[in-house]
Design a protein around this ligand. Structure first.
Ligand code: ADP
Length: 626
């Protein structure tokens, strides 16, 4: 008995019961989703977030930002950091190139030089409203004094441009992913700079993906790969090897890349090495994100919650309804598609769907419910086992009963046959009608006896009581006996039995059982063939086997039944509607007996074109159970 899958079981139950099962599963999935939502998966989520950024192929910048680096080569050429005089000179040239803004993002007060030079530089900076000096500090409201530098730079107002990193919040891995837009209402430098091109970002409410965090407004940085912004070395500007026109209408950010201070660098989604990206490239990324107003947009909580619940429901459904292999394939396929869609949405629209929780939910729910499924399945197979046991007991009782009955019927039938023989041998007293009646009695009792011996054999097989009585014998002798015995039956239908028997060595076999096998084949050939046809019986030796074939020109066997005709009680649908009698046991017994001899029996047939039954028996002695 085949165990139905849990899915079939639900499909077979009534509609309200089905809905109840699905509702329970949905509630369970929601509970699991709620539990999983409690787990802090920030680290995993940020890793998946970084992966999405890293795998972005098509990236463009606004093209509005230029970087100028004070590099080790600059230090070499200037014999130290460029002093206030050098800085003034460069600033003059830069201003002449008409950029939109110039930003100093390093501690300008540390530059060497005479007080005069310093004042001149400070004067130049403060007299141009498009020259900014950035500070990493974000003073509290009321403490804005700290944004001013000591004399002679005291006329310069610095602008906050802090670096943010996930140090104590979110992923806690010190990677910079977010930027500060404002702190206690004070606007940060990237916003001011971006507003020079895109005035709408002046109002943080217009910034895509902005969110409040304590006293700040923030958004995520739409990072570009390191090196995406054009840059030049400070010394190139000093020796005039740059084309100044490249700075026209641009934001020029001047900073250091000296590998001396960790504060000059950030860790990025691309890399976690300490000098992954310079501070000024970070400023460029922040400003550029705002110019394009393309901060990644984190999907609202409810979207993530729906996805988490849907995947949990699906995982439960898969565990409880599908075969484990199929289930795993579908689950992995779904999670893979979900990931692919999440990545695509991020690349195309900058939509950030939470991935960690749904992915984890898929697997957690799946593995959490496997034991539950095992318990259910175990209980069911136990029930089926019990049912099966009962059924086989009933089956055994039935077979025993039939065998007993059949055995008891054998004697009276033998007596009927004896008596009919006696009557038939009397040539005188019977009228033609009486003779015909007695003939019918004899024929019917023959059929009955055949049927009974089939049933008895079947009973023996069921109780494994068939014994082999092996003898060494020529199978051709058995075949000839069988043909002779059936000649009369064939003659009635004017069927000609042609035999082509090759001389063979005697083999070990149980002649009684083989006689039954071959009789059944010849008898079927006669029984199912139309009148005036031929039956060919052949025997030959092939390799180490004796091959016997019985071919007829009968109706053949439909292709869809070829696999069934050796099954017990099977009768073709074509013959069931005819007068031809049979129990459906003949070929079952033939196969069983042949296989007891370690032989094979099979049929080749085409519907409407006759059938050929083949029996192959091993020749060597050892091949047969003696
Ligand atoms: P039955 O008592 O019905 O003959 P068998 O087990 O001997 O039972 O055969 C099973 C079925 O195989 C038959 O009912 C018949 O449909 C089909 N069959 C067997 N031999 C032939 C044959 N020579 N030609 C066509 N059909 C056959």
């Amino acid at each position: 008995m085949k165990l139905p899958s849990p899915f079939e079981e639900i499909a077979n139950s009534s509609k309200p019961a089905q809905y109840r099962v699905y509702a329970i599963r949905a509630v369970l999935a929601m509970i699991m989703a709620a539990l999983i939502a409690q787990i802090n998966l920030d680290y995993l989520e940020s890793w998946l977030y970084d992966f999405r950024i890293r795998s972005e192929v098509l990236q463009r910048t606004s093209g509005k930002i230029e970087l100028v680096y004070i590099k080790p080569s600059t230090i070499q050429i200037f014999k130290g950091q460029p002093n206030a005089k050098d800085q003034s000179a460069i600033l003059h040239n830069l201003l002449a190139a008409e950029p939109r803004a110039i930003v100093y993002d390093f501690p300008i007060e540390q530059a060497q030089g005479s007080e005069e030079d310093k004042s001149e530089w400070a004067q130049l900076i403060s007299s141009h409203s498009n020259v900014f000096v950035a500070t990493p500090d974000t003073p509290l409201k009321g403490e804005e004094r700290s944004l001013y530098l000591p004399i002679p730079y005291d006329s310069i107002r610095m602008v906050s441009a802090p670096k943010t990193s996930d140090t104590i919040n979110f992923a806690k891995d010190r990677v910079t992913r977010r930027m500060l837009l404002s702190y206690q209402g004070a606007t940060m430098l990237p916003v001011t700079l971006a507003a020079l091109y895109n005035p709408e970002v002046q109002n943080p409410e217009n910034i895509r993906g902005h969110f409040d965090f304590y006293d700040t407004t923030q958004s995520f940085i739409d990072f570009r790969r390191p090196g995406s912004f054009p840059s030049a070395a400070f010394d190139d500007l000093a020796n005039g090897s740059v084309d100044w026109s490249r700075y026209k209408d641009k934001i020029v950010i001047i900073g250091t890349d000296l590998n001396t201070s960790e504060a000059d660098y950030i860790l990025t989604p691309y890399s976690r090495i300490p000098s992954a990206m310079t501070r000024i490239e970070m400023q460029a990324n922040m400003t550029d994100t705002l110019i394009r107003n393309s901060s990644p947009l984190r999907m609202p909580h409810y979207v993530n919650w729906i996805l988490l619940t849907l995947i949990s429901i699906l995982a439960i459904q898969i565990v409880l309804s599908m075969s484990p292999a199929m289930g795993l394939v579908i689950l992995v396929g779904t999670l893979f598609s979900f990931s692919a869609i999440s990545f695509a949405l991020f690349w195309l629209f900058g939509w950030w769907i939470t991935m960690a929780a749904p992915l984890l939910a898929g697997f957690l729910v799946y593995y959490f419910f496997i034991p539950y499924r095992l318990i259910i399945e175990n209980r069911r197979s136990w029930e089926y086992y019990q049912k099966n046991k009962l059924l086989s007991q009933v089956e055994e009782l039935k077979t025993n009963f039939i065998s007993m009955m059949s055995h008891d019927l054998k004697t009276p039938i033998a007596r009927i046959q004896g008596m009919t023989d006696v009557i038939l041998s009397d040539q005188v007293t019977l009228s033609p009608q009486q003779r015909e009646a007695v003939d019918t009695i004899k024929q019917s009792s023959d059929d009955l006896l055949k049927f009974i011996s089939s049933i008895l054999n079947y009973g023996k097989i069921q109780s494994e009581g068939v014994e082999l009585h092996m003898q060494t014998k020529d199978i051709n002798t058995v075949l000839q006996e069988v043909i002779r015995k059936h000649e009369f039956l064939a003659k009635v239908k004017r069927i000609q039995i042609v035999s082509e028997l090759e001389p063979l060595f005697p083999i070990r076999m149980d002649p009684d059982l083989m006689r039954q096998v071959l009789s059944n084949l010849v008898e079927n050939a006669i029984k199912y063939s139309p009148d005036d046809t031929k039956i060919l019986v052949t025997s030959e030796e092939k390799a180490d086997r004796v091959v016997i074939q019985v071919s007829d020109q009968g109706p053949g066997i439909p292709e869809d039944e070829l696999n069934n005709i050796f099954m017990k009680f099977f009768r073709s649908k074509n013959v069931k509607s005819t007068q031809i009698k049979g129990s459906g046991l003949g070929l079952y017994l033939a196969k069983y007996f042949t296989e007891l001899h370690k032989g094979k029996i099979f049929v080749e047939s085409k519907d409407g074109k006759g059938s050929t039954f083949t029996v192959e028996l091993p020749m060597e002695q050892g091949g047969v159970n003696a």
